[in-house]
Design a protein around this ligand. Sequence first.
Ligand SMILES: NC(=O)c1ccc[n+]([C@@H]2O[C@H](COP(=O)([O-])OP(=O)(O)OC[C@H]3O[C@@H](n4cnc5c(N)ncnc54)[C@H](OP(=O)(O)O)[C@@H]3O)[C@@H](O)[C@H]2O)c1
Length: 371
Amino acid sequence: MSSPIPTHHRALVLKDVGSPLHLSTLPTPHATHGSAIVRIEAASVLSYHGEIYSGVRAYHFPTPLVGGFSAIGRIASIGPDATALSPGQLVYVDCTIRARDDPDTQFLSAIHDSGAPGSVKLMRDVWRDGNFAEYANVPLENCIKLNEGRLCGDLGYEVQDLMHVDFLLTAYGGLRDIRLEAGETVVVCPATGNFGGAGVQVAVSMGARVIAMGRNMTELRRLKDFVRAGSPGAEIETVGITGDEKADTEALSAFGTIDAVLDFTPPQGIKSTHLRSATSMLRRNGRVSMMGFSESPVAPWAMVSKSIRLQGKLMYEREDMVQFFKMLEAGRFAVGKQFVDTKAFELGDWKAAFDTAAEHTGIGRHVVLKP
Ligand SMILES: NC(=O)c1ccc[n+]([C@@H]2O[C@H](COP(=O)([O-])OP(=O)(O)OC[C@H]3O[C@@H](n4cnc5c(N)ncnc54)[C@H](OP(=O)(O)O)[C@@H]3O)[C@@H](O)[C@H]2O)c1
């Protein structure tokens, strides 16, 4: 199944923050102890990838590097200590890299070194390059085996559509962290972005009732239609984010008991009060997964009097990935356009991919590079 590995391959290199990516020809990496070489088939593009590499978002990472985020590809070669992976295997390539001698030291490949001395060193010296390339050198433990027969055969997913799992998985990491249960009600806010929309898809698949909050009412209507088309029995409500904390809190109060909140507020929304509205309406012992950024996530008295638990979360744990793929393989998600509308670009068209990713946002939308 695997083809010979060429001596050189193509990759998108970021020389310096603020300079354009450059399609370069580089020596193909070799597998060593603890690593696999993956032939990348689809690499995920974030809505804010352009902001990261232009320096608009002050993320910290070494340069030069090969850009990227998570990806899907086929194992091309493996280090001698691989026990479960073999050439040809389709894998999800997780961009969350953890130090082997300290799994609490973690960073996001080609995105952010996390700022801790250990993760800065690991990204700078070892795992610097990302997946915007024909071949990537990846830690063995970051290659999650995909059941291709079940996912692409029985269920009919396209490989490029499976890339949508990186958004879904991230939301799942937060929801599993706060132990969302079937039958509970969860507020997802803001729900009109990629990760927020994914949060709605995952919460519905976990059997929760979802209240999706957002500023854009047109997009909220699309979100509701999207959920109902893919999951006809799902309970999905929408509430506008108006900028008026009291009004948003009252709007949420129409929906009865709220058990949990999943937040993906981007840095530019850090002062928005929507999360305070959502946390004000939580029941006693309500849980909040804070995956975004909010300056004032909860009113102090609400937090104390109702024993609210605020839980920060970066991405997900390995166990979450294993569990998530079981859900996917079990057929808990829709397939085709009711799962995701993927827009795919070649490596050389990275600029169009970044521009499209900034616009093609919201539930069931994704942009990928296909090296
Ligand atoms: N913890 C983690 O592991 C993790 C992982 C991935 C991402 N994140 C964070 O999640 C954020 C969202 O990512 P995304 O891909 O969903 O972004 P996105 O697709 O660009 O969507 C941004 C979302 O934020 C909303 N928004 C923007 N400005 C706002 C404001 N001032 N007030 C209220 N809402 C506002 C947008 O609403 P409109 O539609 O109204 O513009 C949209 O719903 C990222 O910026 C990142 O910081 C965290």
